[in-house]
Design a protein around this ligand. Structure first.
Ligand SMILES: C[S@@+](CC[C@H](N)C(=O)[O-])C[C@H]1O[C@@H](n2cnc3c(N)ncnc32)[C@H](O)[C@@H]1O
Length: 240
């Protein structure tokens, strides 16, 4: 098992960190990162809204040599210090030199700054920051300014009962985006407090491959064709 697989596995490293990612989402993200590791795709990995690193540390463990891993958060109270301490524990010494954590309101980050932070077009982005309509729209637009071909962008809390604003931001952003298409809805497992439903997206030419990957990563689930933001996509059924 590689580092991120151990991190995202049931009872793995992420279990010791407070945060929000359901087991099914962890399984899907882990499978995406494994697939990217086995293919030539290169690029930065980034998360907007790292909180304490439950997802972010898994991304840091999946970096290939020379790739940057970038985390943005407004870091209230001592969240930033705790994240850095966890990163040091999991990635000791110079193994963390590729990780860049910035205390920033993502809605104020310009595309030029984003590109500087990432260093190369992103191959994986997780968007889980401010849950207002405006911020979600802005974060997705920012992410789409610097994407590698075949990049995966995972959008948190799609169809969340408490955050309809997030869903509206996602739909509006995807309706106009030329380089980010929806692939599939990954329903959460269990209580919403354990992590929300995610929408996996990718660049236009990679949609079918990404769906096949998710289908293989989520055995035992049922899926159906659907439509999201005017584009064909899939939804996996939530038995739990
Ligand atoms: C739901 S938590 C993220 C959970 C995390 N991704 C995980 O896997 O556990 C949302 C995070 O977004 C951060 N946040 C809120 N507004 C933000 C903004 N404008 N820019 C960057 N981060 C923001 C919060 O500080 C919080 O840590």
């Amino acid at each position: 098992m590689s580092g991120h697989e151990e991190w995202f596995a049931p009872g793995g490293g992420m279990a010791a960190v407070k945060g929000f990612i359901s087991p099914r989402s962890a399984q899907a993200i882990s499978a995406i990162l494994t697939h990217q590791m086995q293919t030539p795709i290169q690029g930065a990995l980034a998360e907007i809204g790292t909180f304490l690193g439950k997802t972010f540390i898994g991304l840091a463990l999946a970096a290939k040599p020379g790739e940057h891993v970038v985390g943005l958060d407004i870091f209230e109270a001592d969240v930033g210090e705790k994240l850095v301490a966890s990163l040091r524990r999991v990635l000791p010494g110079d193994r963390a030199s590729h990780v860049r954590v910035a205390k920033r309101d993502s809605t104020t980050v310009t595309p030029a700054e984003w590109m500087r932070l990432l260093g190369s077009p992103a191959r994986f982005v997780h968007i889980d920051g401010d849950h207002t309509y405006e911020a979600v729209l802005s974060d997705i637009q920012l992410a789409t300014t610097f994407l590698a071909d075949g990049a995966i962008v995972v959008l948190d809390d799609f169809m969340h009962e408490w955050y309809p604003d997030v869903s509206e931001g996602i739909i509006d952003a995807l309706r106009v985006s030329k380089n980010l298409f929806p692939v599939a809805v990954i329903p959460r497992t269990g209580s919403v407090m354990g992590g929300g439903t995610k929408l996996v997206c990718t660049t236009p030419g990679a949609v079918d491959d990404c769906f096949r990957l998710l289908k293989a990563a989520l055995p035992g689930t049922t899926f159906r064709d659907c439509r999201i933001a005017g584009k064909p996509a899939w939804a996996f059924f939530n038995y739990d």
